[in-house]
Design a protein around this ligand. Sequence first.
Ligand code: BEZ
Ligand code: FE
Length: 287
Amino acid sequence: MAREFTTEITDTVVGSFSGTADPRLRELLGALTRHLHAFVRETRPTTTEWERAIGFLTATGRMCTDTRQEFILLSDVLGVSMLVEALNGHGDPGATESTVLGPFHLTRSPVRELGATIDLVGTGEQCVVSGRVLSRDGTPLPGAVLDVWQADDRGFYDVQQPGVQPPGNGRGLFTADAEGRFRFRTCVPSPYPVPTDGPVGALLGTTGRHPWRPAHIHFIASAEGHAPVTTHIFVADSPYLDSDVVFAVKQSLVQDFAETDDPSLAEEFGVVNPFRHARFDLVLEQA
Ligand code: BEZ
Ligand code: FE
């Protein structure tokens, strides 16, 4: 009798959504019900364990504010964000690969001139990031827009340290020039731990996982007639490239921040020689 109930309830709940007008929503709710019930049948949580699970999700929601997104972080450390990315990716090996958005793209990046710095503090090692935005066939994309954000040299985003970092530190919105070129100055980013003062941090601690991300800079590149890409570049000599807590490293996104000793280039870029220089192109697929 009990066994019958435990299977019948799944069909009953799936059936309860049959009046959902939107067929995709009906499909998603049906699959969610079936998978969730299968998880419960497989793991047989006690009522105390289930209450703990609800308590964990409640705490995750309570941790969310305008500047803190604990549910995105949960999705990230469970590898779900990367799975969604992978299943929605373009799959075109010639275009720049995508990776997670992350929880810190929360504010509008300030518009900046090409060549400007996004490092408003100036405590880190300076570097130049430059390249071109190209279409898949190599055509430059003048007017392409690059939204850029990164943590400071101590591993914190501006939104994590209001009153310590100026708003907009580590962020910039750039428009590529007539040849699709972009360049900006910044500090070499550092590896940083994802926030560990909430339920996701507790999950990592309890399971013996480290919370670190390798050093990276975020980009969203967009251009007319092309699919936008949300991605990072990772610093080639950074620790944690092999064990990113959110599973977001793709080899094609790892870039050298090369030690560069070139006084005339330093002058052109407005940096002190020698400096570190990351050069790479962003390639967009046609929409
Ligand atoms: C980030 O790179 O900003 C990030 C991504 C996933 C989780 C936490 C932080
Ligand atoms: Fe980040």
